[in-house]
Structure formats: structure tokens, C-alpha cells
Design a binder for this molecule. Structure first.
Ligand SMILES: *Cc1c(COP(=O)(O)O)cnc(C)c1O
Length: 456
């Protein structure tokens, strides 16, 4: 085990203890059959590892802003915890910006990147002084207008797509030839357009690319950063001064969903980048990073009760409370997003015994709602619990309201000498009243009062 526990042993032990404590302390039980758990110790470790990895490769004094991609885990207490760990926020919608502000993130620690910013969003970002990366020429036109009409402290840049290619998962590959993000750099005339955009606008001081997320090999990510760096160098050379002073390299470090080990690590990625793009780290450029999944995924666990254990066509099926509502990608695209599942008994203790191939099903009313199909696990019984691991990013914080299933409560935990494990509420479980309210409850008669003309 290295300094940061990258083998994941500490993490697995903390997780097992948290599951048992959640049952003992009544967070989990017959009336509260699903929760999301967040390992606060692990989140702090990952944040420290990220800071240390880039501190090791950058020249002393280089400004580095690590902006957490809020979309990965849009929970205010998580953003506040990361703020305390020196991590800012990358936001991509008015909602995400509101969450970052509620967590107390200051404008100079916030970056706005969405592909569909409205004029009002751009105006607000510039008024607040938040960094903005323009996605395309039309957006840059809008920013031109705002820059002419009011003074802003916002660092401004352009997002480019280096078009270096995709990874193993199409939906998270952002640097394909036809990706919807940024200015497609290899398209005819595009590179020259970008250079001119900077020549004409002395206030454009940043350059941004995010080459992809889960499924992208490190070498491709490094290539995307290298192309972005080369463009910044070309622009500054043509302008004759270092107008671009900061390069935003995006996020996208892949996460290992196959074991508790952290792989690749931030340190490995930072070293690979320094090898591929040494000039990026010599102190001439400030850096922004936008990691999401790699900061949170391994620190979240969904735990759900087995409501019924049955058998169908010779297959054992555990019907649990975790399915498509908390693991949407896994249920719909299981080949790309498999999750590890562990079994616990009714007291929350790791379950042992001979492994049996079984299905771990969710509560939703369609046949494909399976957290895992044909998985070898100790045979699950009614009243046992299952845990879906590595679900701290893009899972339980991304509720999907199928069957009007309630959003589960989310609790952070730390080891505690007195009680074993201490929990804090991150998000309350959703109430039935809230489900009704969010489903038009205040407008129950709205449609019956609309009449087709002439029909009475
Ligand atoms: C989604 C996204 C990120 C974060 O990606 P991860 O794979 O979660 O690290 C960073 N930057 C941008 C622009 C994104 O769209």
C-alpha cells in the first residue's frame, strides 16, 4: 500500500464498517431500504493526491486550479468538502453554478464550460467574474457584446476539440471528428479562425480542451493536451507575447471499476503529461484541471436491501431496491458500465458461502432493470443487503425518476472511536410529498380545464 492507499485496502475496510454501522444505526432497514454512502476519508485522500500529483510536475509558483466537474457529483456538501481541500468547481448549467455558489465556491475558483450557454448565463458569469470557455464562434460573438458593454474580471478562453479520436465508450468520447463540443480544430479553416480570434481579442487569455471521459486511454488524453498546448504556443508566437497565460486541460481520468485499486493514479497521469508536453509545466502557463469521476467514483457506495429472493427458470434472482433509478447507465448499457457488487447479511456483515450465479435486480417495472446479470455471489436471501461499488460519481447523485422511485438519502461517513462509524446527512431521502409536488401536484386540474374550442 503506498502513501495514499491506492491498493484500496483501507477503503474496502472503511466501506464494510460503514455498511454494518448503517444497519446498526438504522439508516438502512426495512423502512429505509436504500442509501448512498460517501467515504469522506477517501474523498479527502483523492483531493490530496490530485494536488500532490500536479505540484510534483509543475514549476514552483505555477498557478494551478483544480476545478471539480460538478456534474460528476452535484451535491452541495461534497462541493464544500472539496472546497476545504482546495478544489474549485467546473460548472455547466445554471443549476450547477447555483450548487457551487451554495457551497461557497468563489468566482475565481469557478469555471463555466457548457455547450449551450444562454445570453443570461453568460451575462451572469461575466458579472460574477467566473472563467468562461466559449464553445463556438456564435458564443464568442455573444461574449464580444458583453465585453464591450461592461467591465468583467472573468478570464475568458475558447474550447477546442483537438479531434484526436474516441475511446471505448462513444457517449463519453468528446474528441471525435464530429463531437458536439468546442471548435473542431482540424476542420478546414478552423485553426486559422481560432488564431485570428485571439489576435483580434487581447482579452482572450485561456485555451481549453477536454478530450474525453471514461474509456479514453491516457496516451490519447495526453495527445489531446499536447495538441492544445501546441496551439497555445502558435497563438502566442503569432501575437508576439504570452497572451494565453492559462491552459485548461479538462478532466476525464478513467476510473478502475474492476477492483478497489486506484488505477491509473493522478501521479501517473501528471507524469505522462510532463513526458508528452514538458513545456506545459515550465511555469509559463497556469493550469486548470476539471476532474470529476476520478475524484469521487471510488468513494461512493449504494447499499440496498434484498426485498425478495426468488428463482425463475433455474436462475436465482435477488429483487433489491437499487436499479435503474440509481444506476441508470449500468442498467441501460451494462456492457460499458459494469459495477462490482458485494453481498452483506441482514446485519450488514460481509456475506460468505459458496458462490451462486444469480441476477441482482432493481425495483423498476421493466425486465431489464438489473444491477448485475448472472453474477457469482454468495446466495442472497431475503433481508440481506447488496452494495454497488464505485458509485460516488454519475450514479446515486444522478437520480432517474422511473416509476416515481424516491431519491435515496445520501450519508457521508468517517471512522469514529466511540461509535465505530459516524454519519452525516448529505441529502435527505425524497419524501412522497416531494414526488407529488415535482410531478405537477400543484396543477392537478390543469388539463381538465383546457377545452378544445367548440367542444363545450
Ligand atoms: C464531464 C466533463 C468533465 C469531467 O469529466 P470526468 O470524466 O468526470 O473527469 C470535465 N470537463 C468537461 C468540459 C466535461 O464535460
Amino acid at each position: 500500500m503506498d502513501e495514499y492507499g491506492n491498493s484500496g485496502e483501507g477503503r474496502a475496510t472503511r466501506r464494510d464498517e460503514a455498511v454494518r454501522a448503517a444497519v446498526e444505526q438504522g439508516l438502512l432497514g426495512p423502512d429505509s431500504p436504500i442509501v448512498g454512502l460517501l467515504d469522506v476519508t477517501g474523498i479527502r485522500e483523492s483531493a490530496a493526491e490530485l494536488r500532490a500529483a500536479f505540484a510534483e510536475v509543475t514549476a514552483p509558483g505555477t498557478p494551478v486550479l483544480h476545478a471539480f466537474a460538478v456534474k460528476a457529483t452535484p451535491l452541495v456538501p461534497v462541493l464544500r468538502l472539496l472546497r476545504e481541500e482546495g478544489i474549485g468547481a467546473e460548472v455547466a448549467s445554471p443549476g450547477e453554478l447555483a450548487l457551487a455558489r451554495a457551497a461557497g465556491l468563489s468566482p475565481d475558483r469557478t469555471v463555466l464550460d457548457s455547450p449551450a450557454k444562454t445570453p443570461a448565463e453568460l451575462r451572469e458569469a461575466l458579472a460574477l467574474g467566473i472563467a468562461v470557455n466559449a464553445d463556438n464562434p456564435q458564443e464568442l460573438d455573444r461574449i464580444d457584446g458583453l465585453v464591450r458593454s461592461a467591465v468583467s474580471r472573468s478570464p475568458l478562453g475558447i474550447r477546442v476539440n483537438p479531434q484526436v479520436g474516441g475511446g471505448s465508450i462513444g457517449a463519453t468520447s468528446t474528441a471525435t471528428a464530429t463531437s458536439k463540443f468546442g471548435v473542431a480544430l482540424r476542420d478546414e479553416g478552423a485553426r486559422e479562425w481560432v488564431v485570428r480570434a485571439y489576435l483580434d481579442r487581447p482579452w482572450l487569455s485561456r485555451l481549453h480542451a477536454h478530450t474525453g471521459s471514461q474509456g479514453i486511454p491516457l496516451s490519447l488524453m495526453a495527445q489531446g493536451v499536447a495538441e492544445t498546448y501546441a496551439l497555445a504556443e502558435e497563438i502566442n508566437r503569432r501575437i508576439g507575447r504570452p497572451q494565453i497565460d492559462t491552459i485548461d486541460i479538462g478532466g476525464g481520468l478513467p476510473v478502475n471499476f474492476a477492483s478497489d485499486a486506484t488505477a491509473p493514479t493522478y501521479a501517473e497521469y501528471a507524469r505522462a503529461l510532463r513526458e508528452a508536453v514538458p513545456g506545459l509545466f515550465d511555469g509559463r502557463y497556469g493550469l486548470v484541471t476539471e476532474f470529476g469521476r476520478s475524484l469521487l467514483a471510488k468513494h461512493g457506495t449504494i447499499v440496498a436491501r434484498v426485498e425478495y429472493a426468488k428463482s425463475a427458470g433455474g436462475r436465482a434472482v435477488a429483487v433489491t431496491h437499487a436499479g435503474v433509478q440509481v444506476a441508470t447507465r449500468t442498467v441501460y448499457v451494462p456492457g460499458s458500465w459494469p459495477l462490482r457488487i458485494t453481498a452483506y447479511d441482514g446485519k450488514g456483515r460481509p456475506k460468505s458461502g459458496p458462490e451462486v450465479v444469480q441476477d441482482v435486480a432493481g425495483p423498476a417495472c421493466f425486465a431489464g432493470d438489473l444491477l448485475a446479470e448472472g453474477r457469482a455471489l454468495p446466495l442472497l436471501d431475503q433481508g440481506d443487503y447488496v452494495a454497488a461499488l464505485d458509485t460516488g460519481a454519475y450514479y446515486f447523485a444522478h437520480h432517474y425518476a422511473y416509476n416515481s422511485l424516491a431519491r435515496p438519502g445520501v450519508y457521508g461517513f468517517v471512522p469514529d472511536r466511540a461509535t465505530g462509524v459516524r454519519f452525516a446527512t448529505v441529502r435527505d431521502p425524497q419524501t412522497l410529498a416531494s414526488i407529488v409536488a415535482e410531478s405537477g401536484g400543484a396543477h392537478a386540474g390543469a388539463l381538465t380545464t383546457l377545452h378544445t374550442p367548440g367542444s363545450r
